[in-house]
Design a protein around this ligand. Sequence first.
Ligand SMILES: [Zn+2]
Ligand SMILES: [Zn+2]
Length: 138
Amino acid sequence: MTTTPTEGGCFCGALRYRLTAPPVGSMVCHCATCRRLFAAPVVAWLSVASGGFAFTRGTPATFSTSAPVTRWFCPACGTHVAYVHAGEPGCVEVATCSLDEPSAFPPTHHSWLSHDLPWVRFGDGLPTFGGSRHGASD
Ligand SMILES: [Zn+2]
Ligand SMILES: [Zn+2]
């Protein structure tokens, strides 16, 4: 399988997607929802215009962590690759590390430090925000 920085998918490959527009945001989320859903200390996200994201293989299963949020994950291996928020219909949030080359999209800030675990330390010097940088839900 050839990889490009703008393609990604789930762990098993049943679900693949392509970005056709450059992300408009890139951040690391420290919120409790991301932590529990991914069972990981933090989760990195890209914001992409809706028209710039398309699944190219497979059909995602969906799960809602809260009423306005629809999360897309692989029904075979369980990887969560993206979500949409009804309050921000123009945007798809893509899990940065589901991309083939997540190194191509470094984060610009950290959000939801108010939920952070006390032992998470980055030291990358990036700006941090107690909630969402934009004031909307992450
Ligand atoms: Zn999969
Ligand atoms: Zn989060």
